[in-house]
Design a protein around this ligand. Structure first.
Ligand code: SF4
Length: 667
């Protein structure tokens, strides 16, 4: 496989940048941005640019493992099927759970969802996307009756005002930031950043609003009330909606006045929201507060305007489309009798689940309580990435069966596995992903799969066959799964949804291979569809418990990704930040005897960890920040997700990572 460039898609974030990869050796590749890909038009960020440094085989899981024993595939698959069958027979289907990932390709996700919800007969399949944007999904469902992002990247270039809420875009979606910067240079777009921290993005904004943690619902409610008072709203609202809006934005009145004047004067406005909005116990209300403003002002479904949820992972959107969340079926369908009957009919199964399954936090609680006895983790590292990670780790250690499909041999999660299954990694995977603007692109294999590594869909289909479901999982080529999923979107259409891929149901394998990026639903999929204003609640700030005088926020570094299982392989990326730093305001540092460069212990009600201190006035007084990437496998502390608790948004089930009571002391 050397010679002509292969068009594929970046392994990392939800921007979904197109790549031209030229294979230069057995495990060597030169990476360039794909100038023809509509997500990035040739641009790449540091992570995408250095993907070539991550394709070596050091640390790869290359053989199926039963405990510490390398085995052939047949033995491993038999063991998974035997344990799965025994669990279902002895404890019922709800004793089984799959915890999957936005790193899976759409076809893998489709098969996982079909296997669990259609044949095991439980909806206990949830995904690490629950930690990322489940609140945005819930907000879309409440306002649009479907999980639809009604904006495209091109709208950022047609906007005159871009409001970034809870999004350090310059670091976390860098190519989107590059597009915004280019648009700003071309048309003078104003940029507002609403974020407790003065991030890299906020530094470059025209206006930074250092909102208090979880103060966004009040801010957007007050903004909408102000627009109402100016006569800038239109359409119907539910009874009592206008009276329910907060009047106090909770921020400096001068900043609010500037923001309100800019919003009032600028019809072409896009509001981008990301983890800072979603990872909150009021994340769904935050999403709806944003959607409410756009719907009430008619700033949606037209060029340069709309609410834009940016997803974190490369295929969080594809997972949402095929039903990778425990509270939805495939193809944007829910659990009504009609929808369940249609899905069961399409899959020709008598084992269809009966209702929603356990969302991520509840799933690991059920494991802890012994109600879930078989866990299959695919392409993710929950022992590090879940909140209250110490609890999650202890729960998994008690689970009678933990199967992990992985690329990396030694992660915090594989250390807890009874069975490890070697999966394809980026550069070997073959299938599709959907980015934040609903654009579907191909990820293509660059290299032959190493060792015994296999595609996730193949692994699951082999287990399904051993369970007696061979006919429903008789896939021999990934394109067969794509066609089956595409045809299934006829059910979405039947139930009035916008997700329609039925023209793809007839593609040949050759056409699938040649697929070029396309956006489902067109530029404005909500145009002509009903949109609802949803009353939201600006919760009063919970007081800090005694002994805890800080609110802890967690987030990302520019050049690292998730738990660093891939980016940790790229030496160049380590140069940006060599270790996890605790960011503290100078006054707080002085009050707690913290010195710049010294070590400090951060403790919460749930756990503690040690970080090196950096003192910065980019941090609000009373707030702390630590990055979320470092793991036990790397040693030496700095493990952020030991610190947040299991508190979730009541609608979406998404955990609140960004507002945890904490205390800090020097070491
Ligand atoms: Fe990859 Fe995201 Fe960077 Fe694009 S912006 S190159 S998708 S990490």
């Amino acid at each position: 496989m050397t010679g002509a460039a292969i068009r594929t898609t970046c392994a990392y974030c939800g921007v979904g940048c197109g790549i031209r990869a030229e294979v230069t050796g057995p495990r060597a590749v030169t990476i360039r941005g794909d100038a023809d890909h509509p997500a990035n038009f040739g641009r790449l960020c540091s992570k995408g640019t250095h993907l070539g440094e991550t394709v070596g085989l050091d640390g790869r899981l290359l053989t199926p493992m039963l405990g510490d024993t390398a085995v052939e595939w047949d033995a491993a698959l038999d063991a998974v099927a035997d344990r799965l069958r025994d669990t279902i027979e002895q404890h019922g289907p709800d004793a089984v759970a799959f915890y999957v990932s936005g790193q899976l390709l759409t076809e893998d996700y489709y098969v996982a969802n079909k296997l669990m919800k259609g044949f095991v007969g439980s909806a206990n399949i949830d995904t690490n996307s629950r930690l990322c944007m489940a609140s945005a999904v819930a907000a879309h469902n409440r306002a649009f009756a479907e999980d639809v992002v009604p904006v495209s990247y091109a709208d950022l270039e047609a906007a005159d005002l871009i409001v970034l809420l809870g999004s350090n875009t310059a670091w976390c979606h860098p190519v989107i930031w590059q597009r915004i910067e280019a648009a700003r240079a071309a048309r003078g777009t104003r940029i507002v950043v609403i974020d407790p921290r003065r991030t890299e993005t906020a530094e470059q904004a025209d206006l930074h609003i250092p909102v208090s943690p979880d103060g966004d619902v009040a801010l957007f409610g007050a903004l909408l009330a102000d627009m109402r008072a100016r006569g800038l709203t239109e359409g119907d609202a539910p009874d009592g909606f206008w009276d329910s809006l907060p009047r106090d934005a909770g921020i400096d009145p001068a900043l609010f006045a500037t923001l309100a004047d800019w919003v009032a004067a600028t019809p072409r406005m896009v509001t981008v929201f990301s983890m800072g909005a979603n990872q909150s116990v009021s994340g769904t209300d935050k999403g709806n507060a944003i959607l409410n403003l756009h719907i009430a002002m008619g700033r949606i479904n037209a060029p340069g305007m709309g609410p834009f949820s940016m997803t974190g992972q490369p295929n969080a959107m594809g997972g949402r489309e095929v039903g990778g969340l425990a509270n939805m079926l495939a193809c944007h369908l829910g659990f009504s009798d009609n929808e369940l009957r249609d899905v069961a009919g399409y899959w020709n199964t008598a084992n269809i689940c009966s209702g929603p399954g356990k969302k991520a936090v509840d799933m690991f609680r059920a494991i802890d309580e012994g109600r879930i006895k078989f866990l299959w983790v695919m392409a993710t590292n929950p022992a590090v990435s879940m909140p209250d990670a110490g609890f999650v780790r202890a729960a998994m250690a008690k689970c009678p069966t933990v199967v992990v499909s992985e690329v990396i041999a030694d992660t915090d999660t594989t250390r807890l596995a009874h069975i490890r299954l070697p999966a394809h990694g980026w550069g070997e995977k073959d299938g599709t992903v959907t980015n934040s603007e609903r654009r579907i692109s191909r990820q293509r294999a660059l290299f032959p799969a190493p060792g015994q590594a296999r595609a996730d869909w193949w692994i699951m289909s082999q287990v399904a066959a051993r369970m007696g479901w061979a006919e429903a999982f008789a896939y021999t080529h990934v394109a067969e799964i794509w066609r089956e999923y595409a045809a299934m979107t006829a059910l979405s259409v039947r139930h009035g949804k916008a997700l329609d891929l039925t023209p793809q149901a007839a593609v040949t394998n050759a056409e699938y291979e040649e697929m070029t990026p396309f956006q489902w639903g067109g530029a404005y999929p909500m145009d002509g569809r009903a949109m609802k204003l949803v009353p939201v609640t600006a919760r009063a700030r919970a007081p800090l418990p005694e002994g805890y005088d800080f609110r802890l926020n967690t987030g990302r570094y520019r050049d690292q990704w998730h738990t660093m299982t891939r980016t940790g392989l790229a030496p160049t990326l380590a140069l940006h930040r060599r270790e996890p730093l605790l960011e503290v305001h100078p006054d707080d540092a002085a009050a707690h005897d913290l010195s710049d460069g010294g070590l400090a212990r951060v403790a919460t009600l749930y756990g503690e960890s040690i970080f090196r201190v950096t003192i910065t006035d980019a941090q609000r007084r009373g707030d702390l920040f630590v990055p979320m990437h470092w793991t036990d496998v790397m040693g030496n502390g700095g493990r952020a997700n030991l610190l947040p608790g299991q508190h979730v948004d009541p609608v979406s089930g998404q955990p609140g990572f960004k507002n945890t009571p904490a205390r800090v002391s020097p070491i």
